[in-house]
Every structure is written in structure tokens, then in C-alpha cells.
Design a protein around this ligand. Structure first.
Ligand code: FES
Ligand code: FES
Length: 857
């Protein structure tokens, strides 16, 4: 039996049947075809077959005899230019993992319908998920591409400029549209072998015996490792409580725990070898409820007990203020897990280094976090763990902890081979952290004029099996629980509690998404109680420059929250079924934690190399630092070379978390560029005379710890502010989202809009549709049924970028935007439904809406 298939005009005669995706990626090296799920859900593997859009992960070669397949690599030169230009111009690319699939969907449509409507475009990309952009700019890009393709209009010349505050196209658009940019699994090596973990089927069980003898006999087996092979079995982002593998005799803590690791010569053999490992378990009752976990006598998940961390923030006398208040609202809110669902499943490739250490290619939020944890595990000096980043296919907080990197490094170190460890979509969901479920009891009060007087809050967070960032996330939920309002009396307590559930950790908003939902809903109930319009209520109570935030910090002159409210007022008043909520988010770790952005600018080969480890997971760090260099030096983009993070080349700029890189690494880059500029002037502007010179920038001013005795402590060096209005129709369908956000100076306006639109759609999923079912501590997750918004369901999104009255001269006045827009969405939607039917929905995802029926129905 044999088949003939034509791929990008080249015919192939094939005798072995396999999935089309494997043929295209592995045999032909066409890495524009991405494997985001292997389940037919995400569309990243989309190709054109005889004029139809197909998902290559679902199709075997035997079903395609005689077919003509086109991938992005097979587009005509004109199509390539048009798609690159259009996606660049419209800001349609962030992480880029979905992009080639989107281009294929566009091609199928535009080949048949050269002038489609926006609805038709949305429909054709409905099978293609994008977790980053919110789809709006992708639809814009396809609309623009259609115009160029049907008119033969010449493309405008590509610009070479990037300046702070402009709309210059991202520097990484071409490689992402054409699929030539490499994510870890796109790297090809002849000597590569493959690794995978065996995971416990039980959230809590004693591992009585692990028998690897049969697995070792498999002809493709290279190695089977267990905990006894690990130099140091405990690692962790902040607290080393996470087992690399659960040792024989120990108890598992959640369903993602690894028990053994396997390396084989072929990826196809991995499961066969894993199936030959025999593990005897004694199954134990898991602890799945944080309130149960806190009870005396509950089984201890970790030796020190089940409370990971406790917080208490007190200013003024909240209890007295509540007693004396004109109006008081007390309500309890419950929010569930949210899955990051970045489209690129985790993958790392590791191999032995000449110095006895390891090399790795990874995709994470910080190569230096990986270096620290892997060196801890292998008991090596950090300098012997050499990590370089590939492109990162989205993160949103879910790539802060180790997932595959440590397993790849261990396998490489033990076997001496080059090992690729990649997670399946389901494994990815088990392994990386989730947004914390929280139960939040909120009491808010105001006087008879509607001025807020006090907040009393109690927050319990289910942090799951391991610490990850559960402590700081719960802390941030507490520090921001009073919102950007003039509360001068607060009593906020929070606890992060271990359970046998999936691990909770960082996720866009970092705890603030949860507590802001509770606070903003309570404010809307409070406004209703005192008979005030919720917009007026917020305008009265919103902080302004010179005010004092609930944490005691004085609001800086650039705060534009009142301006944001003014920008959405018309939208808020446009219909009886609108909802409103505000948000604020810190830029940087703050609260006394050392925090640095760093950058080296070096002159090499007559160009300025921009070297920083600040990870770009799609949000656009590369563009930020490039724009800042070009602005400071008044040079063009082509005079610069942006380097991907590499522990041997780029300085530690901290993690891409806490909306910090634009401000921290942005300012570090500006300082390095100022120094380079001075040196350039000294040599008469001749860069050629500066070959080999390096300029180092570092920015990390101190902040004050929580509980500081200072009256006005600096908790964070910057905050961004925003508000969002949801417009419903009378059936409860969202017609429009209108947001206004103050991020200081937007370094790149298109990128800031992209962050806002993407955050908005992610927030809509959190509010309405994303339901992470976890019965018995075992996630029942499928990407296709989890509830991600697809292009055809996204409402119109209108974005206003607003500036406050003053300016803070750091990083050209820029502040972070990564997390901010995700925060006000759920409470804004809840408020709109409250105005529609009089019921404040106090849990997420909301039930009984246009988008999701009541569970009991
Ligand atoms: S990889 Fe084929 S649809 Fe996701
Ligand atoms: S740009 Fe679409 S998934 Fe990241």
C-alpha cells in the first residue's frame, strides 16, 4: 500500500501511514505546523488540503492519497509579504504559536471570498484558538490582507523606525507569521532522544513499590530514572517543597506528581516503556477542600502542616468604622481554578555540557529561575547550567515553575544524551499551576454621602499540592483587596492552604483578579444600598494623585484612574444593562523583595546588541527594549540586534511576572542606552570605533516591606489603573466591552491595545465560560470543552489608552499592562447581569447567563 501526497508543490510517495502533522513536522521539517493539542481543538496544526482547511493532527496520510497540501512555507511570495505586512501592521501577533494556523485559515477564506465581512473572517478562524490576542487584531489583519490580495495594491515600504509611544510593528512578526521562528520542539538534532514522566493516577497514595525491570528490557529504552537517581529531589520556585519524583515509600500530593522518568530512542515508544513500569500504591483519601485541610487532625500534606502562608494587613480601625457606617455590605464570593491554556505545550531539550553541567533550550518566564532550580536539583554551580530561551508560546504566569526543564536536565545529565521532553495537552494541564480558587468574605462600608470607610476581608486560597507562588499570590490578593479607592480603614487577612488538588500559582492578575472581583461586586452592592449610581460612587472614591492608597502609599502624580472613569462614562450610560468595575495592578514585586531589571548593550559587528534575560512570552518585551534603545539613541531598528535570553549572554533581569519588565528592564535599557549615547558622542558618532564595548543598565529601587513602620511606605514603585464597562443586551449577551486604561506612557500603542484585548477576552472566559472540572482532585480537562472563547463569540472591544495628569520619569513614564486588563472584567460582567436581572452572581464562572446555564438545569 502506498500513497502520493503533494506538499507545497512537491510530490511524495509514501508507504508508511502516520498522522499528517508528524509527516509535515518530523519528516519534512515544516515547523510552521504546530502541535498545540493533538486533539483537533486548537487549530495550530491547520493546513490547506485541496482548498479546504484541515487539522493535520486529525488526519492520517492514508486518507489523503492524491491530496495537495499547502502550509505557510508553500505560500506564494506575494501572499507571504501580504500576511507578514498585515499581521505586523495590525498587531495581530503576540506569542505567535497560533499565527501560521490563522494564516492558513485566512488563505482558505480569501482564496474563495476575496472581500469577506468581519463575521465571515471570525467564522473561518473559529476552529483556531488564540489565547493571547483576543482575536480582534487577527480579524483586522485578515481584513487588511484581503484588501491587498484582491487589489494587487503595492505594499507600503516596511518602516525601520521604533519610537516610544508609536505603533511600530513588532520585530518578531515575520518569523512568527512564516513559522520560521523556533519554539523548543521545533529544534531538530540528529542525536535527539525523548523523555516522559510516569505520573501517579491518584492524588494521594503511598508509593509502595516501583518495579522498572520490565521497562528496562524494552529495546528502545535508554533509561528509567526514579527519585533515587536525583541528587536533590526537592526543588521549588520559592520554597523547595516540590518533589522531582515521588520516592518509593512516600505519599503523592497530587495527580501531576511524577514517579519515574523514561528516555527512549523514539517518541512513539515512550508510552510503551512507561506502561511496563509497575507501581504498587496504597490509595489514601485526598484532602480536597482547604477548609477541611485547616482542621485539626486533617492529614498533613507537608511536614510543616497545611497552612502555606498567612497574611494580615491592618490600617486604621475597620471594625469601628463598620460599626459607625451608614451602609454596610457583607457577602462571600467563591472563585474556581482557571487554566492558563497557553497554546504551546511545555517542551525542553537538554544535553550534557563540556564543563560537566547541562545545556538547555527552554521556553519559560525566566531562564535564571530555571538555572537556579536545576542547579539546586543537580547540586551543580549555577554557572554550569546553561540555558537559552526559544520562543515562548504564551505563559500568563503558568511558566514560572519547573514543568519539563528539570526532567529533561536530569535525563540528559544521567544518560549523557540529548533529550527532548514535551508534554501532551492533558499533561500540560496537570503539571503547570492554575489560578487559585478562593473563598472571600468581604465587608465594605460607606458614610451617608457614599464615601467608603472600611473594608474587612477574609480570604482563603486553595494553593494545591505545592507552594509555587501561593504565598505571594495570596498576599497580593490581600494587598489589593481594597482596590484603587480611598479606604483608610482595612483589616484584611488571607491564608494559602495546601490541598491535594492541582497546584495553584501565578496567573495574570496574581490574586488581584480574584479579590478585585469580590471587592468590585461588593462596591456595586454598596452603591445600590446607598442609592448612588455606581459610576458616581467610583468617581467619588477613586484615588487621585496625592491621595493615600489603602496600603498607606501616596498615589504618584501620574495616576489616571479618574480619567479612565471619565473615558468610559458615555459607554456606561449608553444602556440600562451596563456594568462597571475598576482595577489597579502593581508593576514589580515590591513589598521589600529585591527586584532588578537588567540589560547589556554591546557593540558587535557594527550593530547594537540588546541583551537581557527578560522573557518575551508574547507580550512584547523585545519590542519594548528595542523601542527604548531606538528612542534614546535616535537610531533605526536595523541598527540593533535583539538577542533571546541566554544565561551565557544576557544578564538576569528577573522573571517576566508582576507586570514588571516594561518598567524595570525598560528603565535598565534606557540607562544603558544613555551611557552608550554618551560614549558614541565622545567618538564623534562613529559606532565603528566602539566595537566590543558594553554598557550595562540596572534598575531596582528598594521598596518597603509589608508591615513597615513608615506612615507612607512605598509598597510598589508603580501602579497602572483601569476600568471596564460591559454592555449587555436584554437577552444577556455581551454587545460590547469598553475599557480605559492608564499605563503611563504606552511604549507601543498597538501592543498595549493587544494586551488589553487579550486580557479582556481571558477575563470573559474566567467570568463566564471557563469551567475547570476537578472531581476528586482529578481534572476532567479537554481543551475543546473547557470553555475558551473562540473568535465568533467575542464581543466588540473598544479600548481607550488614558494618561493621568503627571509624569514619573522612569522608563519614559511607562508602566506595566500585562495583568491589568484581565482584572476588572469579571466584576464588570457581574454588575451588568445584576442590572439586568437583579441578582449579583457571587461565584465564578457565573451560572445562569447567556453563556452558561445553571448547573442544576
Ligand atoms: S494540534 Fe491539531 S488541532 Fe491542535
Ligand atoms: S498569539 Fe495567538 S496564541 Fe499567542
Amino acid at each position: 500500500m502506498s500513497w502520493t501526497i503533494t506538499v507545497n508543490r512537491q510530490a511524495y510517495k509514501l508507504a508508511e501511514d502516520k498522522r499528517l502533522i508528524d509527516f509535515l513536522r518530523e519528516d519534512l521539517g515544516l515547523t510552521s505546523v504546530k502541535d498545540g493539542c493533538s486533539e483537533g481543538t486548537c487549530g495550530t496544526c491547520s493546513v490547506v488540503a485541496d482548498g479546504k482547511l484541515i487539522k493535520s493532527c486529525l488526519m492520517n496520510l492514508s486518507r489523503l492519497d492524491g491530496a495537495e497540501i499547502t502550509t505557510v512555507e508553500g505560500l506564494s511570495p506575494r501572499e507571504r509579504e501580504v500576511y507578514v505586512h498585515s499581521f505586523a501592521e495590525c498587531g495581530a501577533v503576540q506569542c505567535g504559536f497560533c499565527t501560521p494556523g490563522m494564516v492558513m485559515a485566512a488563505k482558505v477564506l480569501l482564496d474563495k471570498n476575496p472581500d469577506p465581512s468581519r463575521e465571515e473572517i471570525a467564522r473561518v478562524i473559529t476552529g483556531n484558538l488564540c489565547r493571547c490576542t483576543g482575536y480582534k487584531k487577527i480579524i483586522d489583519a485578515i481584513e487588511l490582507a484581503a484588501r491587498f490580495l484582491r487589489t494587487d495594491e503595492a505594499l507600503p515600504p516596511e518602516g525601520d523606525e521604533a519610537r516610544v509611544g508609536d505603533r511600530s510593528p513588532r520585530i518578531d512578526v515575520m518569523e512568527k507569521v512564516l513559522g520560521t521562528g523556533k519554539f523548543p520542539d521545533d529544534y531538530r538534532f540528529d542525536d535527539m532522544v525523548y523523555g516522559r514522566a510516569l505520573r501517579t493516577p491518584y492524588p494521594r497514595a503511598r508509593v509502595d513499590r516501583i518495579d522498572i525491570s520490565k521497562a528496562l528490557e524494552h529495546p528502545d529504552c535508554i533509561a528509567v530514572l526514579t527519585a533515587t537517581d536525583v541528587p536533590n529531589n526537592k526543588i521549588g520556585h520559592l520554597i523547595p517543597d516540590w518533589d522531582v519524583m515521588i520516592p518509593q515509600g512516600e505519599i503523592t500530593r497530587y495527580i501531576g506528581d511524577a514517579v519515574a522518568l523514561v528516555a527512549t530512542g523514539k517518541r512513539e515508544s515512550l508510552q510503551e516503556v512507561l506502561d511496563l513500569i509497575k507501581v504498587d500504591y496504597t490509595v489514601l483519601e485526598p484532602v480536597l477542600d482547604p477548609f477541611e485541610a485547616m482542621k485539626d487532625g486533617a492529614p498533613r500534606i507537608h511536614e510543616k502542616g497545611n497552612i502555606l502562608s498567612s497574611e494580615r494587613l491592618v490600617r486604621g480601625d475597620a471594625h469601628k468604622a463598620v460599626r459607625e457606617a451608614a451602609h454596610v455590605v457583607t457577602e462571600t464570593y467563591r472563585v474556581s481554578w482557571q487554566e492558563h491554556a497557553f497554546l504551546e505545550p511545555e517542551c525542553a531539550i537538554a544535553w550534557p555540557a563540556e564543563d560537566g553541567g547541562v545545556h538547555l533550550i527552554t521556553a519559560s518566564q525566566s531562564i535564571y529561575d530555571e538555572q537556579r532550580e536545576i542547579s539546586m536539583m543537580l547540586k551543580l554551580e549555577p554557572e554550569r547550567v546553561h540555558i537559552r530561551s526559544a520562543l515562548v508560546g504564551g505563559a500568563f504566569g503558568g511558566r514560572e515553575d519547573m514543568s519539563v526543564q528539570h526532567h529533561a536536565a536530569l535525563l540528559a545529565w544521567k544518560t549523557g544524551r540529548r533529550v527532548n521532553v514535551r508534554l501532551s495537552r492533558y499533561e500540560s494541564t496537570l503539571v503547570h499551576t492554575k489560578r487559585h480558587p478562593m473563598t472571600m468574605k468581604m465587608t465594605t462600608s460607606c458614610d451617608e454621602k457614599g464615601r467608603v470607610t472600611a473594608l474587612i476581608a477574609e480570604i482563603i486560597a486553595d494553593t494545591g499540592a505545592y507552594a509555587s507562588l501561593g504565598g505571594p499570590v495570596t498576599q497580593r490578593a490581600c494587598t489589593h483587596a481594597a482596590g484603587p479607592y480611598n479606604f483608610q480603614n482595612i483589616d484584611i487577612s488571607g491564608r494559602a492552604v495546601y490541598t491535594n488538588n492541582v497546584v495553584s500559582g501565578a496567573f495574570r492578575g496574581f490574586g488581584v483578579t480574584q479579590s478585585a472581583y469580590a471587592m468590585e461586586c461588593n462596591l456595586n452592592l454598596l452603591a445600590a444600598k446607598c442609592g448612588m449610581d455606581p459610576w458616581e460612587f467610583r468617581f467619588l472614591n477613586a484615588v487621585r494623585p496625592g491621595d493615600v492608597l489603602p496600603n498607606g502609599q501616596i498615589v504618584d502624580p501620574s495616576c489616571g484612574l479618574a480619567e479612565c472613569l471619565e473615558a468610559v462614562r458615555e459607554a456606561y450610560e449608553s444602556s440600562p444593562y451596563t456594568g462597571i468595575a475598576c482595577s489597579f495592578k502593581n508593576s514589580g514585586l515590591g513589598v521589600g523583595v529585591p527586584d532588578f531589571g537588567r540589560c547589556i548593550l554591546s557593540v558587535e559587528g557594527g550593530k547594537i546588541h540588546i541583551r537581557t534575560s527578560a522573557a518575551c512570552s508574547g507580550q512584547g518585551v523585545a519590542q519594548v527594549v528595542t523601542s527604548i534603545v531606538c528612542q534614546t539613541l535616535d537610531c533605526d531598528v536595523s541598527h540593533t540586534v535583539y538577542e533571546l535570553p541566554d544565561t551565557d549572554r544576557t544578564p538576569d533581569a528577573g522573571t517576566s511576572t508582576a507586570s514588571r519588565q516594561t518598567l524595570f528592564t525598560g528603565e535598565a535599557t534606557r540607562q544603558a542606552a544613555e551611557d552608550l549615547k554618551a560614549a558614541l558622542e565622545a567618538v564623534g558618532g562613529d559606532l565603528g570605533k566602539m566595537e566590543g564595548m558594553e554598557f550595562f543598565g540596572e534598575f531596582g529601587p528598594p521598596t518597603d516591606p509589608l508591615g513597615s513602620a513608615k506612615e507612607n511606605p512605598i509598597s510598589h514603585i508603580g501602579y497602572s489603573y483601569g476600568c471596564e464597562v460591559t454592555v449587555l443586551d436584554e437577552k444577556g449577551q455581551i454587545q460590547k466591552m469598553v475599557g480605559a486604561y492608564d499605563v503611563g506612557t504606552p511604549v507601543n500603542r498597538t501592543a498595549v491595545e493587544g494586551q488589553i484585548e487579550g486580557g479582556c477576552v481571558m477575563g470573559l472566559g474566567y467570568a463566564l465560560t471557563e469551567d475547570f472540572a476537578n472531581p476528586g482532585g482529578i481534572p476532567q480537562f479537554k481543551l475543546g470543552t473547557y470553555g475558551l472563547f473562540r473568535a465568533n463569540r467575542v464581543p466588540e472591544i473598544e479600548t481607550h489608552i488614558v494618561k493621568g495628569p503627571g509624569y514619573v520619569d522612569v522608563a519614559y513614564g511607562a508602566r506595566g499592562i500585562g495583568e491589568l486588563a484581565c482584572i476588572p472584567i469579571a466584576p464588570s460582567v457581574a454588575h451588568a447581569y445584576f442590572r439586568l436581572d437583579g441578582r449579583m452572581r457571587t461565584s465564578l464562572p457565573m451560572e445562569d447567563t447567556f453563556y452558561r446555564k445553571k448547573k442544576s438545569d
